[in-house]
Design a protein around this ligand. Sequence first.
Ligand SMILES: Cc1cc2nc3c(=O)[nH]c(=O)nc-3n(C[C@H](O)[C@H](O)[C@H](O)COP(=O)(O)OP(=O)(O)OC[C@H]3O[C@@H](n4cnc5c(N)ncnc54)[C@H](O)[C@@H]3O)c2cc1C
Ligand SMILES: C[S@@+](CC[C@H](N)C(=O)[O-])C[C@H]1O[C@@H](n2cnc3c(N)ncnc32)[C@H](O)[C@@H]1O
Length: 663
Amino acid sequence: MSYRQSQFIDPLLRWQDHVPQSTTFSDKYFVSENTLAESRHVFLNGIGAPGVWQNKADFTIFEAGFGTGVNFLNTWVNWKQSASPSFRLHYLAVEAFPLTADDILKATRPFDELGNSRQQLAENLPPLHPGYHRLVLDRGRVRLTLLYGDILDMLETLSPETQFDGCYLDGFAQTRNPEMWTAELFKLLSRHAKPGAGLATYSSATKICDALNDAGIIFNTRPGLMRRRDCLQGTFPETAAKPSTAPWFSPPPPQPRDTAIAIIGAGIGGAAMAYALRQSGADVTIFDQQNGPAAGASGNPVGILHPRLTTDNSAPGQFHAGAYLHTLNTLDALTAQGFKVRPGDEKGLLALPLHDRDARRQRKLADTFALPGSHMEFVLKQHASKLAGIDINADALWFKGAGCIDPKIFCTALIGDTPLRANCFIEHLQKTDDGWALFDGQGTCVMETPLVILANGLDCNRLLPGDGFPVNPKRGQISYLEPDTVSKNLLAPVTFGGYITPAFNGNTPHIIGATFEDWPDGLANDSWPALQQSSHQCNLDLLAEKIPALAPLCQDLPNDGRASLRATTADRLVIAGAVPDEDFYQHHYTDLHHGKAASDYPPGRYQPGLYCLTGLGSRGFQTALLAAEAVVATLFATPAPVAEHLMHAIHPARFIARDLKKQ
Ligand SMILES: Cc1cc2nc3c(=O)[nH]c(=O)nc-3n(C[C@H](O)[C@H](O)[C@H](O)COP(=O)(O)OP(=O)(O)OC[C@H]3O[C@@H](n4cnc5c(N)ncnc54)[C@H](O)[C@@H]3O)c2cc1C
Ligand SMILES: C[S@@+](CC[C@H](N)C(=O)[O-])C[C@H]1O[C@@H](n2cnc3c(N)ncnc32)[C@H](O)[C@@H]1O
C-alpha cells in the first residue's frame, strides 16, 4: 500500500493570542490555560509515563494528530528528565494538515518549559511532502517520524514490525473530526500495539467510548484537568500484528543494544552507517583498506545532490525523494556543527532535460509534486540562465536545496569520533559461534564481533557467503577543467545527463562528470583507476552539446581527473538490511511464482549478524543516510524510517524473491 502524492490542504489557522484554531475543523489545537500540565496529565500520565519508560532502552509512542507538536515536545522534555541517557525515544506522529515551522514556533512560544526543543523541531521540520519524514533530534536520543498524510492511509503503510508502547489520540473534537475516532482506526492501531501498550485521550465523548468498545480496547475514564471534566485511558488488547504482505522480507530478531558492531568500508555507505548507529548509542568500529574516509567511489573532490525522481509516484521515486530531503536536513545539521560540507556558499542545482521527452517529464515532475514546490521549480530558459549565471538554452528544473557537497568532509563529519581502522583490508569473514571473525590480508584476526555491516561497495559480494547480490560494476571518470572567462560565472552545478560544478569564485577547477561505462569484471580488472582520454572526451562532448555557451571550455582535453567504480542495481535502489540466507530462500520460497497466499510462507531467514548497505549506484550521497536509518531500524526492531513498501523495495532479499516469482 502506497500513499498519494498531492499538495497539502492549508489548515487555515485563526489565532486567539498564541492558540491556533483550525478554520476547517472549527476547533482549537489545545486549550489556552496550562496546556503543558494538561498534556502531561492527559497524555503522558494517561499511558503511564514517566514510570512506563523507565526500563525501556527504546520507547515508542504513536500520536494521531501531530498539530503544533505540543504533545511531542512535552513528551520529549519529560522523557529527557526521567529516562536514562542511554535510552532512545521514538515518536511516530500522523498529520494530514501540517503546520509550518513559523506557526509551530508561534503556537509554542509561551511554553518556556519546552526550552530549545521547539526551536530544534522548527529547524528540522520537513517540507510539505506526503509520506515519512525522519527527524533525528537531540543528537540521536529522539527520533521523530512524521507521517504526512491521512491517518488511515498512513496506518496502512506502517511495517508490521513498527510497534508502539503508548498511543496518544488527539484528533479534533469527535463531532468535528469523526474520522479520527472510528473503531476501524482503533482496530488498525491495535495491530501496532505492543502487549499492554497504553492509550490516552482527552475526550470521553460517547461515540469515542463506543468506538473503543467496538475495537475491543479496555478503557476507563479519569478526572480531567482544567476545563475538562474527564479524560480516557486504556490498554490495547492483545492483537495479532498486521499480517506481512511478504514474509520473505520479515526482519530477523532484533540485536541486543550493547553489541559491538564492525562496519567494513568508510565511504558514504559506511560513514552513514556509523552516523546512524552512533546516534543510536551503538559501539561501532569501522575498517577500511585505504588510509582514511572517502577514498573509494566516494572520493571525488566534489559531489552533487540531484534527486532521482519519478512521475508515477513509484517506490523508487518515493524513496529517492524522501532520502534526498533527509540528506538536506542532515547537511544542515552538520553545517550547524561547523562542518563545511557544502563547498559553495549558495545552494541550488539546475537540471536540464536530456532530450525532448525528458523536457515533458520534467514538467510532469513539477506538476505531480514529486517534490514540493518549495524544493523544485520548473523554470523557463531565461530564468534558468539567471540562476546558472551563464546562457542556458532549455527550460529546466531548479532544485533549491540541492547543490554540491565535499565528499571527504561529509564522510569525515558523519564518522565523527567513531574509531576507524584505516589501511586494514578485510580479506575474509569467518563464521564463529557468536558471530564473525574478520581477517586481514596477512591472515590475522583483527576483530571478533557478533555483528558486521558490509558497506564496502562492489567488494561486498566477495565477503558474502553464497552468490551475493546482482550489482553491476560501472566505471565513472570525471574530468577537471580550469575555468575560462565564461565558465567562471557559473553559479550552480548543472546536470544534463552529465554534470558540471561551479569553480567557486575561480578557486577550484570545474568537475565535469561522469562517464557511465560497463566494467564487467568489476574489481578483478584493476585497470579502472587509469584515466582514459576517451572518457574525458565523452564528458567534454556532452557538456559542449548540452550547454553550447561552455563549448569553448571543452576544446582541449584535460590532463587530470579521477575514476572509480560504482556498484549499481537494475532497479536503481540501494541494498540495505539483513543479508538473506540464500539456501533458506531457495528451499522455502521455491514456489513463489504460484502466487500462493503470503500467509502460507515462513518468515525470511538471514545470515546471523550480517547486514549490508551497498548498491548505492550513482546517487550514494543522497540515499545512504536514509538507507542507514532503515538498517538501524532492522537491527534493533525500532520504527522504520520509510513505509513498508519502501523497506521491501530496498530489501537485500528482493532479488531472490523476484527471481523466484518469475520462475
Ligand atoms: C565518477 C563518479 C561520480 C559520482 N558522482 C556522484 C555525485 O555527484 N553524487 C552522488 O550522490 N553520487 C555520485 N556518485 C556515486 C557515489 O560516489 C557512490 O554511490 C558512493 O560513493 C558509493 O559509496 P560506498 O560507500 O558504497 O562505496 P565506496 O565509496 O567505494 O566505499 C567503500 C569503501 O570500502 C572500502 N573497502 C572495500 N572493500 C574493503 C575490504 N575488503 N576491507 C576494507 N575496506 C574495504 C574501500 O576502500 C572504500 O573506501 C559518483 C560515482 C562515480 C564513480
Ligand atoms: C487537536 S489537533 C492535535 C494537537 C496536537 N496533538 C498538538 O500537540 O498540537 C488535531 C490534529 O489532527 C489532525 N487531523 C485531523 N484529521 C486528520 C486525519 N484524517 N488524518 C491525520 N490527521 C488529521 C489535524 O490537522 C490536527 O493537527
